[in-house]
Design a binder for this molecule. Structure first.
Ligand SMILES: NC(=O)c1ccc[n+]([C@@H]2O[C@H](COP(=O)([O-])OP(=O)(O)OC[C@H]3O[C@@H](n4cnc5c(N)ncnc54)[C@H](O)[C@@H]3O)[C@@H](O)[C@H]2O)c1
Ligand SMILES: [Zn+2]
Length: 340
């Protein structure tokens, strides 16, 4: 058969075209992606800012749901027709990170959808080891949120958020909102700091309390909220220099700052505050298998407010229009591409 694929061909260009559909090799499966989420990294690629890493033409997409269409030789335990998502990581297994048990941040990690072809196509071949089973009761549209939810689950675990703790999330894009929702599900009391009025109002509809860093004195409000102590945990999910300052300034003595956003350039940080309050900085990158499985459960049981997070669904052939909308920074949260 022939299938449609959308390829990034160079700065700001996505082209829809026909793709070959060879049979899956040993240990591989072929999938029919149903829905693919567009994330900030896909936008960075689209802008051309990752051209040194991405080989063009490149099929993007690593947040997905779909069904198995063909199973390659030697693959057991999976059948055509089954609903799945993909944990899009492939590691070498023998570098120092892998040897230490941290395969998800392998020194030679292949992030499928960035370093190798992704899901924005009608047929996609992946290693069977990347598959994660989805319950039949879970709508595939919602299941496209499992990957970013797994990011949030990993982040909340890295920060060791405990029941009753007070948490400030700085940046209310899809990842920040998911962190806030996952932290709340662990019993934390959460405040979300976000610039966009649209995103704050969406978060409010999810029952989250929000602060606007333009008009609110966020560290002052955090102090007031905590009887002068400050928050136990903050998450930096904005990617902005101002967001780092906020995440440092809201913390209590012995507070933990979890760094989730990607800051490609070195940033200024108030290290005196780290010294004075004995703060801890924790990095968080991607997810492990257990995070993915927990994310499936949170999306399936409705903890994740999928309907409020998904702003728009566009057909595969019009994927470029979705990138345009996100690029213009309109009133959107998550946009999905429908591949069927
Ligand atoms: N650690 C990981 O493995 C991982 C995985 C996925 C994404 N990320 C990163 O996480 C970050 C967030 O991802 P996203 O998809 O939600 O991005 P996003 O750009 O949609 O969201 C960032 C939000 O921060 C807000 N913001 C900007 N400056 C602010 C400030 N000073 N105070 C408060 N809010 C501010 C913006 O209005 C925006 O809504 C990105 O940097 C992304 O690259 C990291
Ligand atoms: Zn490795």
């Amino acid at each position: 058969m022939t299938a449609l694929a959308v390829r990034y061909t160079g700065a700001r260009t996505l082209a829809a075209g026909v793709a070959e559909t060879p049979p899956p090799g040993a240990g591989e499966v072929e999938l029919a992606p149903a829905f693919v989420g567009i994330c900030g990294t896909d936008l960075h690629i689209f802008h051309g800012s990752m051209d040194n890493r991405v080989t063009t033409p490149a099929v993007l997409g690593h947040e997905m749901s779909g069904r198995i269409t063909r199973v390659g030789p030697g693959v057991t335990g999976w059948q055509p027709g089954e609903a799945v998502t993909v944990m899009p990581l492939s590691w070498d297994g023998d570098c120092p990170a892998c040897t230490a048990g941290h395969r998800h941040i392998c020194h030679r990690l292949n992030f499928i959808g960035i370093d190798s072809p992704g899901a924005m196509q009608q047929r996609w071949i992946v290693p069977a080891a990347t598959l994660v089973r989805l319950p039949e009761s879970l709508a595939l549209e919602r299941a496209a949120l499992v990957e970013p939810t797994a990011v949030a689950v990993h982040d909340v675990s890295r920060a060791a958020v405990a029941d009753g703790e007070r948490v400030v999330v700085v940046g209310g894009g899809p990842i920040g909102v998911l962190i806030a929702v996952v932290a709340r599900s662990r019993g934390a009391d959460v405040r979300l700091v976000e610039l966009s009025e649209h995103r704050r109002s969406l978060a409010a509809r999810m029952g989250l309390s929000t602060w606007n860093p333009v008009v609110d004195d966020v560290p002052g409000l955090a102090a007031e909220w905590t009887g002068g102590a400050g928050a136990d945990v903050s998450f930096e999910v904005s990617g902005a220099a101002a967001g780092i300052s906020t995440a440092v300034d809201v913390l209590a003595v012995r507070g933990r700052l979890c760094l989730v956003a990607i800051h490609p350039q070195p940033r200024e940080v108030n290290l005196h505050r780290f010294f004075w309050r004995e703060l801890t900085l924790v990095g968080a990158r991607l997810y492990e298998r257990a995070d993915f499985e927990r994310a499936v459960a949170l999306v399936a049981d409705g903890t994740i407010p999928a309907d409020l997070l998904i702003s728009k669904v566009v057909p595969l052939a019009q994927a470029a229009s979705a990138f345009d909308i996100l690029e213009k920074g309109g009133d959107v949260m998550k946009i999905l591409v429908e591949c069927a």
